[in-house]
Structure formats: C-alpha cells, structure tokens
Write a protein that binds this ligand. Structure first.
Ligand SMILES: [Fe+2]
Ligand SMILES: [Fe+2]
Length: 310
C-alpha cells in the first residue's frame, strides 16, 4: 500500500520504506522509543516505535536508510487535526547493497522523452566547439549522474531524473525568451541553460535521502559547475576564450545576485535569460508538486514563503 493512501486503522506488514530517525529518547520508565518519518515515492508519514528490538536497531541512525516496517496507522494526537502517525511494532533495516530505487521519488514525466529533448537542444547549437564542449561534459559517468540526479534535495525537482528535466525545461524556456530579445547568442543560452546546475552532479547524491555530498558542503554547485566547465573547456581546442568566459559567467551568476549565492550578478543578456528561466521554472514547479501532494486549493509554499492557489 502506498504511504500516501494510508488512513487510520490501516495495517502494514513488512513494507519497505525509506526511514529517517528524528529523535530517540527515553520515556519516564526508562525504555527507549524512536520518532521519525517513513517515505516512499508517493509521500511520507511520521512514525513512532516503542518495540525494544526495533528501537535498538535504528536509534543510532543519523542518515536516511531503507527499512522494512510493520504496524498500524493511528491519528496523531499531538500532530494537529487529520494528521496521521504510524505506530510501528516492527522495524528492521534492509541489507546493504539491496536495490532500493523503487523507494526513491521518481519523475512523473517520461525521462526517455527528456533525453531526446536534451539531444535536440544540443544539436541546435550552431558552433561546433560549443557542441563539442557539451559532448565532453555530458558523457560517461557524468552523463549517467546527470540523468539520474535530483535537481534539489527538497525544494524542487527532488526526484530521480529531476536535474535532466529541470535543465531541459530551463533551456526551452530560455530559448523562448531569447527569441524575443535582439542580440542574444543562442548557442550560449542553450549551453548555459543545460549546464547551469551541472555542479549538482557533485553537490547532491542520487542515493537515498538525496543528501549533500562532501563536495557539496565544501564547494557548492555553483563553483563546482564552473570548475567542471573550465576543466572541460581546456580540452576543446577551438572553443574561444570569450565563449569559455561567457559560459562561466552564466553558471556563476545563475542565482541572480550575491545574497542568493552567486559570486557575481548577471552582466550579459544570456545570463539574465538563464537566471530568470531557472527561477520561473523552479517557482512554477511548486504548483505542480504541491498539486500532486496536496490536491487543488490553497496551500502554504515553503520555497515562496506564501500561500499559493494550485
Ligand atoms: Fe542553481
Ligand atoms: Fe536550476
């Protein structure tokens, strides 16, 4: 049964889910209990577990882990109206190395379609060295990671394939904007849009929990992206210095300003276009994802910090 479909009274027997431990503590009588969240691609539910053997297996967990759980859904007395809680009477961790990709959030769109769109965008680049640069970067293990990675840990496109989907959608929107503005270098817009978040292949792991990697914490995706592009650009013989710098600028400025994490503000038409296309795509995605999770109506949106009508 999908977690999103659970109602009070439902029982789960040995169901697989991603488990996050939020708190382990001792109750007044000295016995331990654990609180946390269970997740599957459909959604999440808070759990509590008092079963001593299960608690002993999970109470030290600091990261998300795949688990198998049994228990019953009840109303969460302290969680507010309509909130559910899973009272787990059995929890065990899945053995390491077991394929758990079915437990990770997946894209609802057709990823094969997105790969085709991606290749079409690259084919639309007119100058061969710019195309060659993209071929250099989007190949081998980097390509495998790019098509698998989420685009974010939580806020938008936080699912397998999310980075590919986001990058392609940003490129298509950026091209549509570029068509309305004179003097825009289309090649730079396409390459810059497809590459703007390439650093996320190093910043965020596509494994359970989509956690930040060490490089993510130490370098961040904007700088990581610039480094990836710079290293690849040096392998492409006929890519001009102006093109290398123009692309680096798009990636470095794509958050729009210093207070949002970019070391430089947008100084070229192409950078402005990619920045706004990125922002519009991430914001509009809030409506899609909130709609999928909560259904139609008014909802508070964390990313926007306000109520939105879905
Ligand atoms: Fe970004
Ligand atoms: Fe982005």
């Amino acid at each position: 049964m999908k977690l999103a479909e659970l109602r009070v009274g439902n029982r789960l027997e040995k169901q697989e889910a991603i488990l996050w431990v939020q708190k382990s503590s001792q109750s007044a009588n000295g016995s331990w209990f654990v609180r946390g969240t269970l997740e599957d691609p459909s959604g999440a539910i808070g759990f509590i577990c008092f079963n001593a053997e299960s608690v002993a297996r999970i109470k030290e967990l600091t990261e998300a882990a795949p688990a198998v759980v049994s228990g019953q859904v009840q109303a969460d007395r302290y969680g507010g109206e309509g909130k559910l809680q899973f009272l787990a009477d059995y929890i065990d961790l899945l053995p390491p190395g077991k394929d758990v990709s079915h437990l990770l959030p997946a894209a609802s769109k057709d990823m094969e379609e997105y790969k085709k769109k991606f290749l079409k965008l690259v084919a639309g680049i007119s100058r061969p060295p710019v195309r060659e640069l993209l071929g250099e970067i989007f190949s081998g293990s980097r390509w495998e990671q790019f098509i698998r990675n989420p685009a974010a840990k939580r806020f938008h496109h936080a699912y397998i394939g999310g980075l590919l989907e986001h990058s392609v959608d940003v490129a298509e929107m950026a091209l549509a904007i570029a068509a309305t503005v004179p003097g825009v270098d289309r090649d730079m817009v396409i390459a810059g849009a497809l590459l703007h978040d390439i650093g996320k292949t190093e910043e965020i792991s596509a494994d359970i929990g989509f956690s930040y990697t060490e490089a993510g914490h130490l370098v961040g995706h904007i700088t990581a992206g610039a480094l990836i592009i710079d290293a690849a650009a040096r392998q492409v013989q006929f890519l001009s210095e102006a093109e290398r710098k123009s692309l680096l600028h798009i990636v470095l400025s794509h958050h729009g300003s210093r207070d949002k994490g970019s070391p430089v503000g947008c100084a070229t038409r192409e950078a402005v276009i990619v920045h706004y296309a990125d922002e519009v795509n991430a914001v509009l995605q809030q409506f899609v994802e909130t709609g999928e999770k909560e259904g139609a109506g008014w909802n508070f949106n964390k990313m926007m910090g306000s109520m939105i009508r879905v």
